[in-house]
Design a protein around this ligand. Sequence first.
Ligand SMILES: [Zn+2]
Length: 128
Amino acid sequence: MHELSLAQSLLDQLIDLAKEHHAVRINRVSVTLGPFSGVVRDSFEFGFNALKQSLEIARGAELELETPDPVYLCLDCGKVSVIPFSLPSDRLELAMTSHYPKKCPWCCLNRLSPKGGTELILNQVEME
Ligand SMILES: [Zn+2]
């Protein structure tokens, strides 16, 4: 599972950070998941919470996930729009694989191209 290995590498990164700062406990982690990162939020969260159990230092770490709305560039009028996914979260994978899922709100054509949003960013870590 893709999400599981991403959760594992996030935990690896956190443990390195904790060692670097001589911390004994990680309390809170804030991560941004880009809408086109291909990461399924629920699976990632599940993977993180399962994997952290075997790590003394991360066991109590609370994961906060930010999932910004997707941004599209219209290939016809050139305007950039934020268009939230209107599908339920278990269908998000489907939405992400479709390159032209919406209509441009400016010109009403549907040649929309995803803009950015492929990132998985570690924003903030609270440790002691
Ligand atoms: Zn347009």
